[in-house]
Design a protein around this ligand. Sequence first.
Ligand code: FAD
Length: 524
Amino acid sequence: MIQEIELFLTPDQCSDNLLLKRSIARHLGVNIDHITGFEILKKSIDARSRNIKFRFLVKAFTDEAFQPTQIQIEFQNVSNAKEVHIIGFGPAGIFAALKLITLGLKPIIFERGKDVKTRRRDLAEINRNLKINPDSNYCFGEGGAGTYSDGKLYTRSNKRGNLQEILSLFVYHGASPNILYEAHPHIGTNKLPQIVTSMRKTIESCGGEVHFNSRLTDVVTSFDKLLSFTINNDTKIIANHVILATGHSARDIFEMLHRKKIFIEAKPLAIGVRVEHPQHIIDEAQYKCSIRPDYLPPASYSLVTQVEQTGVFSFCMCPGGIIAPAATNTGEVVVNGWSPSKRNGQFANSGLVVSINEKDYLKYTKQGPLASLQYQKEVEQHCFHAAGDSIKAPAQRISDFLNNKFSNTLPECSYLPGLTSANINQVMPLEITSKLKIALKDFSNKIKGYNSMDAIMVATESRTSSPVRITRDDLTLEHVQIKGIYPCAEGAGYAGGIVSAAMDGQRVAEAIALKNHQGKTIMK
Ligand SMILES: Cc1cc2nc3c(=O)[nH]c(=O)nc-3n(C[C@H](O)[C@H](O)[C@H](O)COP(=O)(O)OP(=O)(O)OC[C@H]3O[C@@H](n4cnc5c(N)ncnc54)[C@H](O)[C@@H]3O)c2cc1C
C-alpha cells in the first residue's frame, strides 16, 4: 500500500532515517519490517513554541515494492534544428535554453560576461581593489545575478510555471535532492557555480551555443519587426526570435531601447539598506533559546509592515551570509547578500527596503520611461560620494540611525570592500529613511535585539527589481510593438528571483515553440 501521511516530530524522532522510519511505522500502526521504503515530500520547521517540531509529509510504502520517484529529463540533439537567440545567460536565459532543447529548437546564447571560473577573478578585484568591471561582476556573467547568491529557490509565483520541474533540473545538474522537499530550499554560493557550468555543458552537448564576452549593443527593426541585432558593436546577426533576458541591471539595454523608440515603461521598485546582525541574535529571537542546537539551521526571518500606505519589507534574507558589493559600474554603491550552502557564517543579513512609487520619482518625469531608473541611479551615486567616491559603503549602527546620530565606531561587518561611517539619514532620500525608522521600531517588537548596538545598516540595497518594464503581449509574450523580440524575466519586469526568472524563461521558450512549430522538431 502507498500512503501519504503527515507527521509532527521532535528533533530526536527524525535525526536519522531509521528513527524516521520508526515514527512512520508507529503512525501507521504497523511493524517497522512492513515499511519497504518512504519518500519525503515536504519538510518544514515549526518554531512557534519552545518545543520545536519538524513537520513531514511522507509517502510511505507498506508491504509492496518501494518505487522512488525518478527525475526523468530528456534532452535531444538540436544541432541542426531551427535557431532561437537568447541574450543573457542568467536563470531566465539558462532555463529558456534548456526548454528550447526539449522542444526541438537550438538555443544560441550571447552573454556579456565571462564563464564562472574567469568571472571569479573579477569578483576578487571588486572585493580587494574596489574595481568594477562593467561586463563582469556580481550581476553580470555566466549564471547571471543568481550565480554568486544564496540560491534561495522559493517563489510566490507557483501558478506561472512548474516549480518541481525547475527544482528537478537543479538536482539533475548537481544540487542536493533535499531542495525537492525542503519548505525553504537554497543551494549556496559555493555550489551554484558548478551547477551553472553543468547546465551550460548540457546545452552545448545538445548542440546549443553559449558565447561569452558578447554584449548586445544594437537591434535593427523595420516597422513592427525585428530584423537583426549587433554584438559588441561589430557582429550583425539576422534573427527571427530573440529572447531578451538581460536582467535588472542592464541599463545600457533600457537606454538603447528608449533611444530607438522601442516601447518601455517606468516601473515602481523598492530601495533601502542591507541590515546585518550577529547570527546568534536572530537565532535567539526566532528559536527562543540562548544557544541554537545543531539540529536547527541558522534562523532567518521575513518582515513586512505598512508605513503611510507604503510597504516596507525585508528582502533576500541570508542567514550565515555575507554582504556583497553588487554594483555594475564605477561611481555607484549597491549591496546585496549571499550565503554558502551551510550558512555557517557568523552574521545574518537581509535587505530592508521601502516601496518606491510614481510620486517618489515624479521629479524625473522628463526622463520618461527611465524616470525610476534615474531615481535609483542617483541614490546609488549619492552613496558612492558619501563613501568618499568609493565602494566602501556608507554604514551606521541601527541604533544611531534611529537617533539621527553618526556612529563613532562600527561593529564588525561581513562586507569585504570595507565601510565608511556615515549618517544614512543624510545620504538617502527622506521618503526612504523616514519610513525605515518607523518600520524598524515595529520590527524590533517582532525580533528581539533587531535594533541593538550590534546591528548595522549598509547602503544601498537598490537592485531589488527592474526599474523598467519592457512591455510584452500577454498571449504571444512578444514585445507589444516589435515582433520577434521576447522580453523575459526580471529585466523586463516579469519576474523577481531565481525560480520565477527560470519559470519565465521556460514560458517564453514555450511561446516561441508554440508560435512557430506547434512544439514539433523542425530541421533547418
Ligand atoms: C548577490 C545576489 C544574491 C541574490 N540572491 C538570490 C537568492 O538567494 N534567491 C533568489 O531567488 N534570487 C536572488 N537574487 C536575485 C536573482 O539572482 C535574480 O532575480 C535572477 O538572477 C534574475 O534572473 P534573470 O535571468 O532574469 O537575470 P540575471 O540573472 O540578471 O541575468 C541577466 C544576464 O544578462 C546578461 N546581460 C546583461 N546585459 C547584456 C547584454 N547587453 N548583452 C548580453 N548579455 C547581457 C548579464 O550579464 C546577466 O548574466 C540575488 C541577486 C544577487 C545579485
